[in-house]
Structures are given as C-alpha cells and as structure tokens.
Design a protein around this ligand. Structure first.
Ligand code: CUA
Length: 309
C-alpha cells in the first residue's frame, strides 16, 4: 500500500508495520461505516414509527430470513476477521530466517541490550537497516513491557520467562521504545532509542564499540543520560531515588552501616560496577543494578561528575 502513514498511526518503521496498519484501517472503516449505517436506520425508524394519534402498534411476528441473516452474517464476519488478525500475528511472531538475536532486559528503570558479540548497552540500541532482528525479552525484577510503536509490536518482559518479537527495520533513523507496563516510580522514564543505521555502519560499530570525539566530561554527560543514570540521580540537587551528583565529587558520605567514604575514583568505579558494595545512608539497597561500563566510560562519567559543583 502506498503511504498508509496517517493521522492516526505513528510512522511505519518496520517491514511488517504496513500489514498491521492495513488490518487496523480495515476494521476502523468497517466499524465507522456500520456505525453510521446503524444510526441512520435507527433515526429513520424513530421518525417513521413514532407514536401518532389513532395509529395502533401491531405486534411484529417471526421472520426466519432476518433471524438467519443477523445470526450468521456476524459469525462469518468475525471468523474472517479472526483469520486476518491471526495471519498478521503469525507473520509478525515468526522471525525471518537468519535473524540477528538481540537480548533485551527490562530493569527498574532501564532497558539493557546485548548484541550477538556480547557487547552491551543501556537504553540505546543500534540496528542495521533491512536485516531481520529477533529480540529475546526478559526482566531482571518486575513486570515490564517492551513496546516499539514504529514496528507495531509490544511484548511483556516477565521475570523468569523469555518472550520474543521480531521485525526488520525499513528506515534509517530513530525508533522509540517504551515500557508499557507500570513498574514503579520511574516507569515513565523507562525509554530507549533504537538507532537504525546502514549495515556497513553497524558492522563497524560492532567491531569497534562505542567511541566518542570530544572532551571526556561531554562523553560522561552523554553516558549519564544514555545509560539511564538520570532516571535516579539528579545533577541539580533535586531528590530522586539515588543520591544527587551535584556537589557529590570529593564529598565525605556516611554509609548505611555508619562508616564514611570519600567520593573519589575508586568509590565511583565500585559503585557503578557493584552498586550494592557501599550504600549511602538513607537510600535503599536494592534499587541500583550493576552497570557494565568499561574503564574509559567510567573515567568519562567521573570527569562529568567533577563539573557538577
Ligand atoms: Cu518498566 Cu514500566
């Protein structure tokens, strides 16, 4: 179908999206036309058979043809609709031959992705244009839902269970990922971006990993928002689930066990990789998951923290 992008639906960013939209638009117009038709007949009957002086209502008898039509008509229609819906569902549920597998893990409150090479990233995933991808979705804590409107797909991320969805990106650019299951305080911040790049760019990225041109503090700031540090740590002193980063660097913090720790390179390094090792007094122990940043990335985060006086 040509240009089915329309006012009701977001952009179609996967090869399967058009099929879903066609079915949706079919049901939509079918419902709209029938609603208009039924209302028209209703209004006609209200006027035509209204109460008039001197006209007595006659009881209506049995009409076999009408009974059969309004019983079997809808049955046939519903069966056909089920068939169409099931076809589209199956088409979207079965991954294409040779699909690249990506692990998607939901966690309070971020999405972690793992590429086939073992490389991981948080809240940002790169995918090659035109290559089928199969997502293996799971959760590390509570119920989340992996929702990609551009691909018209959504699947729950359930603790202790693997779900999957599969699609083929058909356009360069960004696709938004949402969490579509209420999962706690920062549920609405549990967003990720899929960046669709050319296959050449993607292969290069897989080989070289994340790089950054520019000062380390700028990279640190990027990591802060990309890796979802910002979901729990403010940089302006405001209260969030984790300690604010404003003025944190160099400070002496009191831990939950009463000991004190100076916020330096070693402390930050440890707190990113093993968040449970030292817990600041007044914060809960279970909230922060471990992050898989390499030393270069951690150095960049530290450089950024130093700027937050
Ligand atoms: Cu995760 Cu809502």
């Amino acid at each position: 179908m040509v240009s089915p992008d329309n006012f009701q639906l977001p952009e179609q960013l996967s090869t399967g999206a058009a099929e879903v939209d066609e079915l949706y638009m079919f049901i939509y117009w079918f419902s709209a036309i029938f609603t208009a038709g039924i209302v028209a007949v209703m209004i006609y009957c209200i006027v035509k058979f209204r109460r008039r002086p001197g006209v007595k209502a006659e009881p209506v008898g049995h009409n076999l043809v009408m009974e059969l039509v309004w019983t079997f008509g809808p049955v046939v229609f519903i069966a056909a609709l089920f068939h169409l819906g099931f076809k589209v569902y199956v088409h979207n549920a079965v991954p294409a031959e040779g699909a690249m597998e990506i692990r998607a893990r939901g966690r309070q409150w971020l999405w972690e992705f793992e590429y086939p090479t073992g490389m991981r990233s948080t809240n940002e995933l790169r995918l090659p244009l035109g290559r089928p991808v199969k997502f293996i979705i799971s959760s590390d804590d509570v119920l989340h839902s992996f929702y990609v409107p551009g691909a018209r797909l959504k699947r729950d991320a359930v603790p202790g269970m693997y779900n999957n969805i599969s699609f083929t990106p058909n356009r360069l650019g960004d696709m938004q990922v949402f969490c579509a299951e209420y999962c706690g305080t920062s549920h609405s911040g549990m967003l990720a971006t899929i960046k669709v790049v050319t296959p050449e760019e993607f292969d290069k990225f897989l080989k070289e990993g994340e790089t950054f041109d520019g000062p380390p503090e700028a990279w640190g700031e990027k990591i802060y928002s990309q890796q979802a540090c910002k979901t729990c740590h403010s940089v302006d002193g405001s209260k969030m689930p984790g300690p604010t980063w404003k003025g944190l660097w160099g400070k002496t913090e009191t831990m939950a066990d009463g000991s004190t720790v100076k916020v330096d390179e070693n402390y930050v390094h440890e707190s990113i990789l093993k968040p449970q090792a030292k817990i600041t007094a007044g914060f809960t122990t279970t909230q922060m998951p471990p992050f898989t940043l390499n030393d270069k990335q951690i150095d960049a985060v530290i450089a950024y923290m130093k700027t937050l006086k």
